[in-house]
Design a protein around this ligand. Structure first.
Ligand code: NAP
Length: 459
């Protein structure tokens, strides 16, 4: 029987779902899969993007674990595509490759002062609180007032992880350095800014409701933002999710803290709508001092137009959560404008000619952009895998498809790769750290890359 030797680059949900779908698909050939991951641990965004206090979503790891533990699959962790292994190598040893590298950078916000000290992208902060090995373990939380730009779920994660008291996170897997950093936080006010109105948010109801349940945090909303025009009324009436979220926010309007008066909590989380950021003001040391925004109003069709009125909120830190952006991969076509690999239903296309590039496929956020929940990645992978199966005639013909070739190549290059057994060792080590913790936690994540590699490799 013919064999498909497939490389998948990226061991996050997109790559693992693609592997699962291919292994279960009706097909006339055998499959063996090598999963390459630049981090020493698998699970990508679920491990390093989902907030630690969202165990339900983190639970997706159980399904992903089943796939990598039971499929005909090898894991090569701590292997960076483009340096440790190249596209030329993959062509020499595989029939095809699927790139599932996600989108982990922050989109840029082109306003004056955005380069101020203590102005961050959401991804940087998320990586820190999720214990990403490539981010400094130190994070200074000495600001009393901070801003978060954006009205999507990432903005909510960032705002919640800024406002929440550190001790309420002790039940989660946060690493000790994150607990210490949050414990030292001097925050009193988190201001979230949306450039459109409450009926145009991109949050989801569960995530929004959660804000109101935070201990010792008052929700602050402003009456002036809730004067709905016909478009907003229509948006609320026609969409169940928007209706639920409107109800949640309306319930906050009934609290004492509305318009920032009379709350009793030591921290406040403000939602500002119709607020388009226009400038970040700096202090004499170049640090964020205030966000200037233009008050907007509805354009009658779901969008917003400026009113010319400028307002200013003092703050000492700013986080922009306005969307993620994909990174280019060496030798692989890339659409610089949208931050994705150009493709037709997962079949990769040349940037200029739009011609198909045989043997190269893509799935997940690097295929369709950073939108949609993790579950959406499954249908995405199905589409890509179906093409891979149908395209058997245009697969690569590798010189050396043997199982020994890749370990030999990595060893020759001095790459300290980690494998599936190594991941099991690291996983067990983190679980043991959690058990040993005074408050007994499910796991405590190991952060430094060299330590992760050392434990994985049993050194
Ligand atoms: P998102 O949902 O696309 O939200 C981006 C937000 O940034 C929007 O409110 C957008 O406003 C705003 N924005 C964009 N450009 C802006 C600008 N120049 N100035 C001001 N605001 C700007 O993206 P995301 O929050 O990064 O989330 C990505 C995906 O991951 C989403 O599907 C999300 O649901 C998912 N996610 C889910 C969870 C969860 O389930 N708990 C957690 C995190 C992420 P406009 O709407 O006006 O464009």
């Amino acid at each position: 029987m013919t064999k498909l030797k497939l490389a998948i680059v990226g061991a996050g949900p997109a790559g693992i779902y693609a592997a699962d779908i291919l292994l279960k698909a009706e097909r006339k050939f055998d499959v063996s899969i090598d999963l390459f991951e630049q981090l020493p641990a698998p699970y990508g965004l679920v491990r390093y993007g989902v907030a630690p206090d969202h165990p339900r979503i983190k639970g997706i790891i159980n399904a992903l674990r089943n796939v990598i533990d039971h499929g005909d699959m090898r894991l090569f962790g701590n292997v960076h595509f483009g340096t440790d292994i190249t596209l030329e190598d993959l062509k020499r040893h595989y029939n095809a490759v699927i790139f599932a590298t996600g989108a982990v950078r922050d989109s840029a916000l082109d306003i004056p002062g955005i380069d101020a000290a203590h102005s961050f992208g959401a991804a940087e902060y998320v990586s820190w609180f999720d214990g990403h090995p490539d981010v400094s373990p130190e994070w200074t939380l000495d600001a009393e007032s901070v801003g978060v730009i954006g009205n999507g779920n990432v903005a909510l994660d960032v705002a919640r992880m800024l406002a929440k008291h550190a001790d309420d996170l002790l039940v989660t897997e946060i690493p000790d350095n994150v607990y210490q950093g949050l414990k030292a936080s001097r925050i009193t006010d988190v201001h979230v800014f949306g450039r459109r109105g409450p009926a145009q948010v991109k949050f989801t109801p569960l995530e929004l409701r959660e804000l109101g349940e935070l201990r010792d945090v008052d929700m602050v909303v402003y009456d002036e933002d809730f004067q709905y025009d016909e478009a907003s009324q229509q948006a609320v009436a026609s969409n169940k999710q928007v209706m639920v979220m409107d109800r949640i926010m309306q319930s906050w309007r009934k609290l004492d803290s509305v318009n920032n008066a009379g709350g009793t909590a030591s921290r406040r989380l403000h939602l500002h709508f119709w607020a388009r950021p226009v400038e970040v003001k700096k202090d004499e040391n170049g640090r964020v001092a205030a966000l200037v925004y233009e008050r907007t109003e509805s354009d009658g069709a779901g969008g917003a137009v400026g009113t010319g009125e400028l307002r200013e909120v003092p703050m000492q830190g700013l986080y922009r959560a306005i969307g993620y952006f994909g990174s280019p991969l060496a030798g692989v076509p890339f659409d610089k404008k949208h931050g994705v690999i150009p493709n037709r239903e997962g079949q990769v296309l040349e940037t200029k000619s739009n011609q198909r590039v045989p043997g190269i496929y893509t799935t997940g956020w690097i295929k369709r952009g950073p939108v949609g929940l993790i579950g959406h990645t499954k249908s995405d992978a199905m589409e890509t895998v179906q093409h891979l199966i149908n395209d058997q005639g245009s697969w690569w013909h590798p010189e050396d498809p043997s199982d020994e070739a890749i370990p030999a190549l990595l060893a020759e290059r001095g790459v300290q790769w980690t494998d599936l057994d190594g991941w099991h060792r690291l996983d067990a080590h983190e679980i043991a750290l959690g058990e040993a913790h005074e408050s007994t936690r499910e796991r405590v994540k190991l952060v430094p890359r060299d330590e992760m590699v050392r434990v994985s490799r049993g050194e």
